[in-house]
Design a protein around this ligand. Sequence first.
Ligand code: DQA
Length: 146
Amino acid sequence: RAVLLLNGPNLNLLGTRDPAQYGTTTLEEVERRVTSLGRELGVEVVCAQSNSEGALVDRIHEARGWAGVVLNPGAYAHYGIALRDAIDAVEAPVVEVHISNVYAREEFRHTSVTAPVAAGYVAGCGVFGYELALRAVLRRDAERRE
Ligand code: DQA
């Protein structure tokens, strides 16, 4: 079984983009950590990143039948209805991650259109949130298969 680690817009810049908010860890390093945790937990982690909403939707469709998805939707969380509908349509558990504490930031980041259809939500834990989300996806997947 496989889990998709999917990162949205601007997260390819992780490490150099606004380090006060997002830290200095690169996306490559995040992918390495989550993949290695996956190996420990007995699941393959497939990593992808895109800056466009349509490509993220396509990726989520491909994860149909997988163990689940760890998704940082980036700014699409705040208004991406197509992404929201894709999460709703795929039966695999999708756990949403935000590196920063979006609730301590601008008001427009306090809304998530994706969170209500996500299987779980992690925010403000830094890049460690991705590891928490992987564990949560696997727990949800085990529960639904019980
Ligand atoms: C983010 C938070 C979003 O508001 C922002 O647009 C991002 C990153 C986070 O990981 O904290 O691109 O999703």
